[in-house]
Design a binder for this molecule. Structure first.
Ligand SMILES: Nc1ncnc2c1ncn2[C@@H]1O[C@H](COP(=O)(O)OP(=O)(O)OP(=O)(O)O)[C@@H](O)[C@H]1O
Ligand SMILES: [Mg+2]
Length: 233
């Protein structure tokens, strides 16, 4: 079992960063929220709709409210960047004129102006990640799940990604869960930081509170020290 006895609530319009060592289950947590994995026990609610145990239609309706940036960018290899970004919007029947306006706008937000006609394989790893980000947010989902949005991205572009996460909240009241290893990014975007450790939530508080905590495991993580209660393996 990966998690046991965890309770996590996220309020509308809130940005929650989830941190924790590699392999602690951050990506697995996100996959449960969109029904890609089902918990052995426990419940998941989106507003007052229960995802766990819902019938197919209800599940699809709930899941359609989410946008996801997967840890790998998960672009469609055979589609150019324009069509990749347009994909989710077309499924929502957004008009082609509006799509043609939003694609370059999203690309410019992630620092990728002019790559519309390129295939994913023609972009670097970090560029693919950013194109995946543009695709995920272009249709303006109510709830966005980001799995390490700034990993593999240079610090300047990482700053732009953080600004974009904040912009989507300010402009569209988007609710966000941001899985990250990047503490600087967590401090910049998060209203609340949640740390996973050995199947539990060992910290849940504001960036100000985490800076002050005396918990040795949390301190070791946020300070990035090799020595402490947590082993590197
Ligand atoms: N579908 C699954 N069913 C059961 N266990 C899984 C599944 N997918 C991953 N795991 C296991 O769950 C653990 C957590 O994996 P996860 O990918 O969530 O880690 P993570 O915290 O996202 O790590 P990283 O920071 O390296 O991305 C790992 O031990 C992994 O092998
Ligand atoms: Mg992961």
């Amino acid at each position: 079992m990966i998690f046991s006895g965890i309770t996590l609530s996220v309020m509308p319009g809130e940005i929650v960063s989830v941190i924790g060592k590699s392999g602690t289950g951050k990506s697995v947590l996100l996959k449960h929220l969109i029904g890609l994995l089902t918990p052995d026990s426990g419940q998941i609610f989106v507003d007052n709709h229960e995802l766990t145990g819902a019938d197919r239609n209800t599940r699809e309706l709930i899941i359609s409210r989410f946008g996801v940036l997967f840890q790998g960018a998960a672009l469609f290899d055979s589609m150019n960047i324009y069509d990749n970004i347009a994909f989710g919007m077309r499924r929502q029947n957004i008009h082609e004129d509006e799509i043609a306006r939003r694609v370059p706008e999203m690309l410019s937000h992630v620092g990728l102006r002019g790559v519309e006609q390129k295939l994913p394989s023609e972009l670097s790893g970090g560029m693919q990640k950013r194109a995946g980000l543009a695709r995920a947010i272009a249709r303006r989902p109510e709830i966005m799940l980001y799995d390490e949005p700034t990993t593999g991205v240079d610090p300047i572009t990482g700053g732009a990604v953080d600004r974009l996460i904040l912009h989507m909240r300010d402009e569209f009241h988007m609710t966000s869960i941001v899985v990250t290893h990047d503490m600087q990014s967590a401090y910049r975007v998060a209203d609340r930081i949640v740390m996973l450790y050995e199947g539990s939530i060992i910290f849940n508080g504001t960036p100000g509170e985490i800076r002050e905590t005396q918990d040795p495991v949390v301190r070791q993580f946020i300070e990035g020290r090799a020595h402490g209660p947590v082993s590197v393996t």
